[in-house]
Design a protein around this ligand. Sequence first.
Ligand SMILES: Nc1ncnc2c1ncn2[C@@H]1O[C@H](COP(=O)(O)OS(=O)(=O)O)[C@@H](OP(=O)(O)O)[C@H]1O
Length: 474
Amino acid sequence: MKRREMSQKKIFLICVAISTVSLLLHHGGHLSWTMEAFHLSCPGLRSLPLWGLKPKHTNVAFLKTHKTASSTMQNLLFRFAERNNVTVALPVQACSHQFCYPRSFTPHFVHPHTIPPNIITSHMRFNKAEMQRLMPNDTIYITILREPGSMFESLFSYYNQYCQSFKRVPNGSLEAFLEEPWHYYRPDEKDSMYARNTVTFDLGGDKDRPATDVTYAQTFLVEVERVFSLVMIAEYFDESLVLLRHLLNWDLDDILYVKLNMRTTNSKRSLTPGLSSKIRDWNSIDALLYDHFNASLWRQLSAMGHACVAREVRLLRQAQERLMRSCFGGRMPLLRSAEQIKNKDLRPWKPSGKVDIVGYDLPVNLSRGFSSQAQELCLKLVMPEVQYTRVLLRSQLLRYRRSYQFRPPQQSRSPQQPIRTVLLRHPQGQRSQPTPAAPGPVSGTRSTSTTKPAEGPQDGTTKLRPKTSQNEAS
Ligand SMILES: Nc1ncnc2c1ncn2[C@@H]1O[C@H](COP(=O)(O)OS(=O)(=O)O)[C@@H](OP(=O)(O)O)[C@H]1O
């Protein structure tokens, strides 16, 4: 009898040991990282005891604004979607790699075989009602802003030969444009959105409201704040990612990135305080948005605790270095002008030959000792927007076709059926989860997560809280 009890105890202990080892194997990196964060008494973390065990939030709409590090974010989101087998809404071919920008967004711009989506991130002009028609109700809306001076300098240089307002300026001089912007700028001309209040336009606002119309700017800002749970700031990209990770309950691995779509140092210019101030005056709504959301980002970071944020940023950078070492053989990848990049899948798109955009080439010996999966990760990490959009569309179409083949005939919907039919099944504001266009991997991987409640300071300044359609309705 005693011997039986002993062996039962042994079996129990063996089971506990196996479970512990398995937990450590599966969550090892995550747990050790979480524990490090806990040691720093991070308030945001401590108040969420089940953090790390809760499901990741996978329904995300990222409004890709122009010249704000948004391609780096888009690449991160594409990789997240692929790893987690969730669907990304991608543009129909007629829209190119953007959602028919600068036209106002409508779900008709979305490829029907990428519906219903979990994630949307390609360039668009935001339209809240239309987005809500497409995205699940618990979608978390995120966007990114950049300091108006450096953003406009980047826009002016990038679109110098593309946008008429810039093209007519003698010698492509930024000073000349800012001296007399109305002399060169035509509000109704094609591509004029690159020349004034670009962020406001991307967010669906009126770029040409006069600076004196303070009520318009304030009302617009309040609306943006109501819709977007997180407004990242390009200058504090890593800190913004820490907030994003907490908001979405993601892992450290989910926020690793390499900077994309950069100009060469030679093509950038520094701005005098006088020029910066003229840029702010010319882009007054963008400047108001930036000042507001920059302050709001810092309130959220202080609510989390600066030491804690700094620690997470350090851990992120260390993990990034490890990834770089494994992908690029011990060094940071060499930056190359687009023309010098041998692999055309890695050559960034440029609006004109005059602008110098840099990208990366993979080392020739990458394949040695690498699994094809690891090679693919390294390739995608540095793959520019246009090529990655194409690759992702191809893989999602394949997945759609495969799942369509395996569907019982009575449930099947013709792949050619127009998008309108799919959307009409979800009258605005009435669906809780969109009906999948096709079963299989897509429908099987929808997020079942409830959005992570945010704990922050009691002064109401922290906004680490998802703003879902339900939030808004209440
Ligand atoms: N991680 C990170 N942090 C800060 N800044 C970054 C980052 N990644 C990219 N960049 C800079 O963002 C500029 C490109 O922005 P976008 O990718 O949004 O441009 S685009 O509108 O999609 O063409 C471009 O700025 P400029 O080089 O000044 O043009 C990039 O250098």
